[in-house]
Design a protein around this ligand. Structure first.
Ligand SMILES: *Cc1c(COP(=O)(O)O)cnc(C)c1O
Length: 398
């Protein structure tokens, strides 16, 4: 084997290697780590158990025995793959129809459409709803898949200050286009705060716009039944289009959009990430149906999640750590410097706690942070261990 970086034939790789070296120098180089067990309250790494504050499996449903049984039964009855896309030949199974109906009931909408991931739901939906000549208004801290959907759509993009309805109003006032779409995360993935949806809905009515709410982190988490940000605010309106993922609190995989029947029908005919991708696999689809059932019928998991979240927030604050307050299980412990946040994350790990260091480009420069996510299944002992570790490493936090 020749050294790629030293081979002239591969000069294209040299430029890649250079860029990677720059990432390393800036403390921004990343590499996936592998674990030997489920993404659960504790994770296994090289024979050690670490308390996991690094999973979006908020309710622990990915390892719920009934959800696992549903996946296994579906694999036996329908196989491991769907074999075709939804609109072509045999791609749509009765399971997909049932899951879409289950999501619509859960979100209290007329209909819902399933995608293979939340990422694909955003990219497909935004680019289906708006195009050149239209305008899309997007919160500064929206998820990357929202931004990619906006870019792909070709619509003119206006970025408003984070969660700032007044800034949004000014942008809407100075806009002229046939279709206006406002897009916002319901719960912001790296900050754990909420979009001011009641204010945004008033603006949408005033300026005849749609709102697409990306409820990836609120689905299963917020509201008594876990329906998400709309249930939390007690809001309901045909202008509000709800998007979500089945990969976080639902504990499985896939994305969806829920809303008025005409809109969902339109997306089934127009969203390219729905049309040109193979239908979600049967085990995944059946597991999601079961998980959504449990999630609505057993609110105790959400109570437990809220209790754990309050406990961890109170404990961290008592230790002098700073973060935004909020009703979500996402606790962004602000550090600032990317190298320092990595040092802290490593130190916490030596004390048996896994908390990811979040750095640019995932978050804006100067706002590197530890993103701690709590789960319903964490035990009081887990939380004690977490707080003890945060206490020991406190001195490294500048
Ligand atoms: C995770 C996430 C997505 C992507 O969902 P996947 O199902 O993981 O592709 C989209 N939007 C937000 C806000 C997210 O946090």
């Amino acid at each position: 084997m020749t050294n790629l970086a030293g081979n002239k034939t591969y000069s294209v790789f040299n430029s890649l290697a250079e860029e990677l070296t720059q990432f390393q120098a800036a403390g921004l180089y990343r590499k996936p780590r592998s674990f030997t067990g489920p993404s659960s309250r504790v994770v296994a790494k090289e024979g050690r158990e670490l308390v996991c504050l690094a999973s979006n499996n908020y309710l622990g449903l990915s390892t719920h025995p009934s959800v696992i049984d549903a996946a296994m039964a579906a694999a036996r009855s329908f196989g491991t793959g769907s074999g075709a896309s939804r609109l072509v030949s045999s791609g749509t199974l009765e399971l997909h129809v049932r899951l879409e109906a289950t999501i619509a009931r859960f979100k209290e909408t007329e209909d819902a459409v399933l995608f293979s991931s939340g990422y694909m739901a955003n990219v497909g939906t935004i680019s289906a709803l708006v195009g050149p000549g239209d305008m899309v208004f997007t919160d500064k801290l929206n998820h990357a898949s929202v931004i990619d959907g906006c870019r792909l759509s070709g619509a003119r993009m206006r970025v408003y200050h984070h969660a700032d309805a007044i800034d949004l109003q000014q942008l809407l006032q100075s806009s002229s286009s046939s279709r206006r779409l406002i897009v916002t995360d319901g719960v912001f993935s790296m900050d754990g705060d909420l979009a001011p949806l009641p204010e945004i809905l008033e603006l949408a009515k005033l300026f005849d716009a749609w709102i697409l709410v990306d409820d990836a982190h609120a689905t299963g988490v917020l509201g008594h039944y876990g329906r998400g940000t709309l249930e939390y605010y007690n809001l309901r309106h045909p202008r509000l289009i709800q998007l979500g993922t089945l990969s976080k609190a639902v504990g499985v995989e896939g994305g969806f959009v829920a809303g008025p029947r005409i809109l969902i029908e339109y997306l089934r005919n127009k969203a390219r990430t729905f049309i040109y991708s193979t239908a979600p696999a049967p085990p995944v689809t059946a597991a999601a149906i079961k998980s959504l059932e449990i999630l609505q019928n057993e609110p105790k998991w959400r109570e437990q999640l809220r209790n754990n979240s309050v406990k961890l927030r109170e404990g961290l604050r008592a230790l002098g750590y700073t973060f935004l307050n909020g009703p979500t299980p996402i606790i962004p412990v602000m550090i600032g410097d990317p190298a320092q946040v990595v040092t802290l994350s490593r130190a916490l790990e030596t004390h048996g706690v896994l908390v990811p260091a979040i750095r640019p480009p995932t978050v804006p420069k100067g706002t590197s942070r530890l993103r701690a996510t709590v789960m319903a299944t964490h035990t009081p002992g887990d939380l004690e261990q977490v707080l003890a570790a945060f206490e020991v490493v406190r001195g490294l936090a500048g």
